[in-house]
Design a protein around this ligand. Structure first.
Ligand SMILES: [Zn+2]
Length: 325
């Protein structure tokens, strides 16, 4: 497009710029600002938004957006890419899912598209939607297993109109969870809010605690390649678009524990593995080593995520199991 302006960023054709979108002042007077990067292509084409860190302890996406933008050359692009490496800045500062200073709302990805008169997390979400999301034709929201879970590559959507986008990510991103619009869990997600605006939107999930020592760089590479592949699909950049070899369409079954304790995986447990109904996956032990609960697969499914942080409270996620559809 001729020119695009978001907050302090203005990028003319063929320019790559960075800056901030201001939200509100903290008590000490400093400004809560959303960092924004824009690569505005030399020629016209679609606008893709890639945002990360709606959850403050999911920096895989942040580093992927940064890495992506280091590579983008707007002189060779047909269309525009908007990058938001850290959407929920104060949550990221605190290395927590939510903003410690927002005592009312912990999870930004349940309250989108926010409220201009709401609590601070709602105000950030609202400005994000009004000033950034509404400029996009496609949205990719990057997440991870955070400080608690480790997740295999998986793509989520809530609206069938986003399925082509989900399957365009390609490579190892072959697990596709198509939620139903209106499901309580999905209502305030970025995908659901985008769906109500008619914007195809997906979430990419990979990595998290535990795997960060060995796999962080690899997972960043996978996310960057997935976004780049979508850019090829949207013809923002040249190059052959690659689909995944096979897709596993799932409904997600979140297995939770009823007993607190320490989560210990069975020796046979692994991610990206088919398990049978009734198969033992993870046990919960007490502080003396006694097994107090067995988490078993309620259906045949494909393992795509597990609790890594051992201490677990009742009601928390233990295993993400993909039930084939
Ligand atoms: Zn997340």
């Amino acid at each position: 497009m001729e020119k695009i302006t978001i907050g302090s960023v203005t990028a003319a054709r063929g320019e790559k710029k960075q800056g901030f979108l201001e939200v509100a002042n903290r008590p000490d007077g400093t400004m809560i600002s959303i960092p924004v990067m824009v690569a505005n292509g030399e020629e016209d084409g679609p606008t893709l938004l890639v945002n990360a860190c709606a959850h403050g302890d999911e920096h895989e996406g942040s580093m992927s957006v940064i890495t992506l933008f280091q590579k983008l050359d707007p002189k060779k692009m047909k269309g525009t890419v908007i990058g938001v490496p850290v959407l929920h800045v104060d949550a990221a500062h605190g290395m927590r899912r939510g903003n410690f200073y927002d005592i009312y709302i912990n999870d930004m990805n349940r309250i989108h598209p926010g409220n201009p008169d709401g609590f601070i997390t709602e105000r950030i979400s609202n400005i994000f939607f009004e000033e950034i999301v509404k400029k996009a034709d496609y949205v990719m929201d990057l997440h991870s297993g955070a400080n608690i879970l480790y997740l295999a590559e998986q793509v989520y959507l809530v609206d069938p109109s986003s399925e082509d986008l989900a399957k365009a990510v390609g490579g190892p991103w072959n697990v596709i969870w198509q939620r139903k619009q209106g499901e309580v869990f999905g209502l305030g997600t970025s995908m659901a809010a985008c769906s109500r605006l008619g914007i195809p939107a997906i979430v990419l999930e990979v990595g998290g605690t535990g795997g960060r020592y060995h796999f962080l760089e690899e997972n960043i590479k996978k996310m960057v390649e997935g976004v780049t592949n979508v850019m090829r699909y949207l013809k923002i950049i040249d190059g052959k678009h690659e689909k995944a070899d096979n897709y596993i369409d799932i409904n997600m079954v979140h297995l939770r524990c009823s007993h607190g304790g320490l989560a210990v995986p069975e020796e046979s447990f692994a991610l990206r593995k088919w398990v049978e109904e009734g198969e033992k996956l993870i046990k919960i032990i007490d502080f003396f080593g006694n097994t107090v609960e067995e988490i078993k697969a309620p259906v045949k499914g494909y393992t795509v995520g597990r609790r890594v942080f051992p201490l677990i409270h009742p009601g928390e996620w233990v295993v993400f199991l993909g039930k084939p559809v």
